[in-house]
Design a protein around this ligand. Sequence first.
Ligand code: TNX
Length: 544
Amino acid sequence: MSKEKKIKGRISTRYLFRFFSFLLFIFPTANYPAQTNTIIPHPRVLTFKEGHFTLDRSTSLYRNSGDSLHAITYLQSHLRQASGFTLSIRQVPEERQIRFLHTDTPIYTKEGYILIVSDKNIIVKAHDSAGFFYGTITLMQMMDAQIWSTNKNKNVWHIPSCYIKDAPHYPWRGMMLDVSRNFFSVAYVKKFIDRMAQYKLNRFHWHLTDDEGWRIEIRHYPLLTKIGARRGPGTKLPFSTSPAMRGSKNQVQSGYYTQPQIREIIAYAKAREIEVIPEIDLPGHAKAAVTAYPKLLLDPEDTSRYRSVQKIANNTINPALESTYIFLDNVIGEVAALFPFRYIHLGGDEVPKGAWSNSPAVKELMRHKGLKTRKGVENYFFTRMDRILKKHGKKLAGWQEVIGGRSKIRRSSLIMAWKNPKAGYRAIRQGYPTVMAPVQYLYFDQQYLRSKKEPGHTWSTPVSLKKVYSFTPPGSARGIQACLWSETLLNTKIADYLAWPRTLALSEVAWSPKEKKNWHDFRRRVKQQALPRLKAQQIHYRGY
Ligand code: TNX
C-alpha cells in the first residue's frame, strides 16, 4: 500500500471516530440498546424515555419522610457491597440525586409506588414504607446484575429513563419454608428471606415444628428443643421413620433457633418489608413435642396405635387433657411475645385416622360435649386454641382442615388451602380470608418434571415453571403462597434448585395484574434479568 493511501486511511478512521463521537454527543443513548422491560414482577404501568441516569459515588440521596428508611438502607448497603461506596444523604433537593418523596395518598393501594428516572435525577414516590422499598427494588432490577454481587468492582451504573406506576395485586405474597424435616441455619434463612424481598414477596411462613423436629426455643419447656430438636442414633426421636426422616443414617441431626436468633431474623425480614408468620403444627405432626413432654400431651390410658400419612407413629397431641391447654397457652404466650405479626399458624393438617380412638379422656370429652365424630373433637380443639390466641392478642391461621366440619373459630382466621384450588374457593365462600397454596401449582417441594434425576417429592403432579405461571387465583383471595416442605431437602443446593426459578413465577402471579401475564415475555425477562442475578448471588437455580 502506498504511503499516501495509508495516510488517507488514518484520516478516514479518525474522521469516522469523530463522527461517531459526535453522534454519541447528540444522542446520548445511542450506545445503549433500545430499552425493553426486564422487570419481574411486571409493573402495572411502564414507559421508557430517552436517556439514562448515571449513578456513581457522587450521587446523593434525599428524603422528606421517615418511611423511606428501609429502602434507603437496602440500596446503600447493596451499593456498598457491589461498589464499595456509600451514597450520602443530603438535607436539600439537588441535581443528580435519588429522591424519596412521601405522598399523602397511596399509589393505587398499599405498597404502591411511582418511579421516575431521568438523566437529572431519580424520584421514588410512595405512601408507605413498603412502597418505597418496592420502588427501590424495581430500580435495582434496572441496574446491572452486579448490584447483587459483593465484589466491589462496579463503580458506575446506568439506569434507563422511565416512568413506572405500580402496586401489587394481592396483599399476601408468601413463601413457606419447612425447617423441621431438615434444619436450615440462620444464615440460610436470611438468604431465603432476602431473595423473597428481591421479588416483592412479603410473607415468610416459617414451619417451625413438625414430627421430625421442634425448632424454636421455648423457655418454659426446654425439653422441646433438648429432646425434640435432635434425631438419630442415641436420641429419643428415631431417625429411620420412613419416608420423611431421610439423611445420612449415622449422624445425629439437630438444630433449633434461640429466641435472640428469632428476633434477629424477624428484624432482618422487617427491614425488607416481610412479615414472619410462625407455624406451630398441631395437634397432628407433633411427634417431636409428644416425645419431649408425653406426660403433658398424651393420655396415658390411650391404647390407640396409628400412623400418619407420612408413616410417623402416634404423633398427635391429645385434645382432651387440660395439661395440653396449659402447655399450649404457655407456648403460644412465648411465640406471641416473639413475633409481632398478627397471625400465628397452628397447622391443623392431616390428623391421622385412628388418633385418640382408644383414649378414655377423648371418649369422656365427646360424651360431655356431645361431640359425635373425630372431626368434632378437632373443631373443639381449634375453638379452644383460637380463644388462647385471642387472649394473647393474635389471630389464628391454619391449613384448610381447621374449617372442616362445624368450626367455631373466628371468621377473621386465615385459611390456607393446599389440597386443590377448590378448597380455597370454598373457604372464600364461607367468608374467611384465604391464601391459595394448591399443591398442583405452588408446592415447590414437588419435582419440576417426572424424572429419576430430578430432586423433590413425587406424590402429587410435577410443578413446572410454566405450571406455576399458569395459576390464576381468584381475585377475592387474600393472596397466594408457595410451600417448600423439606423432607427431600438434604442440603441448601436442593432447596435453591427447587425454589428457583419457580419463585419468579410466584412473584408475578402474586403481584402483577392478570392482563400483564404473558408466558413468552416472562421467559424472556427471566433469561435477561433474573438468571444473571441469581448467578451473581450463587443461587443454585434450575436451568431450563
Ligand atoms: C403435606 S401440606 C403436608 C406436609 C408435607 C407435604 C409434602 C400439608 C399441610 N401437609 O406435612 O411435608 O405434604 O409435600
